[in-house]
Design a protein around this ligand. Sequence first.
Ligand code: 3PG
Length: 391
Amino acid sequence: MKRTIKDLVNLKGKVVLLRVDFNVPLDEGGKILDATRIKNELPTIRFLTSKGARVVILSHLGRPNGYDVRKSLWPISIYLSKNLKCGVSFSPTVLGEETRERIKLLKDGNVLLLENVRFYKEEEECDMKFAREIASMGDIFVNDAFGTAHRKHATTYGLARLLPNAIGFLMEKELTNLDTILNNPKRPFVVVLGGSKVGTKVKILERFIEKADTILIGGAMAYTFLKAKGFDVGASKVDDENIEVATNVLNKASELGKKILLPIDHVCIKGKDPHPIVATNLRGNMVGYDIGPRTVKYYAKEIDGAGEIFWNGPVGMYENSNFRNGTRSIAEAIAISKAHSSAGGGDTVAMINLFNLGKKFNYLSTGGGATLEYLEEGTLPAIEVIQEKIQ
Ligand code: 3PG
């Protein structure tokens, strides 16, 4: 068990460097389009400020190449001011005298948000000189940036090597939930996996073949599996390089007595005709874009009988409303099931929220790549480096 902020004592007057993941979508004018990650961070900030800590927040936003006003964290400091009762200020720099001065001026229980750490190339290089300079401004490091914990960067990994440290509430919740899925799932454990490329999902598939009872496959990935099984998929998108990988996954599942289910019908487009049709078999110039209504029923039955459900990846090309029904129906089936349900992955969670079904899930992970990597590896670089709890 990792040390958490509850294990920290005498926080009053201490400068806590808190790494969070405020990588949220903003529009051109800096309006926050989805504040979920920020909302989920508030309990940790409130806990630290209630103990009298001086909280200095570090985050990245996007993948900027040097300074980029569109990737500034300034709009997030406005959000924090509106949603926290304590004083919130913003520093347009991460390093330098000006930042040090602002930290000196911080009162107990107040918050200072620093500018985007990725404006400095040293962040992603995990430059320890850069990390040491930041560490010298604080007393304790708290990592609550689960969504970025798969990155070995200066403020996710480097700082933990330099300061006494702990994880925050958001990170703790993520780990508890994901560890339960990995080590103690309710049975039957049903996993819904979508997305386009088999190659990017191989590790997680292998992991779930061991842990889950049934895997329901959707998205373009399904066509690669269907082709691997010898079905005609027409002109559907196939990840040809990974047909053999798909065959191996199917063979391993059957050796272990696990079920991998594939779509039995499709919503598809035939040639240049723009109108989608439903087909049981794809052939010729037919391109599948979503699971069909019989597949929805077939998958919903498995979901209904599940004890535990984990979902990653839309099961169709949901960006186009003609091909969104499969993903919506899966979300609805999970929402009404009695199983313990979780979902992870940026697109998946965004879809669930778009359907207004977020509250019907037991857990929605704030991570995208981090969630998948944690499920694959059982740990992440920025978590590994955090001190263990003293029992
Ligand atoms: C995410 O949104 O998945 C995290 O913030 C990590 O972002 P990155 O993929 O740019 O490192």
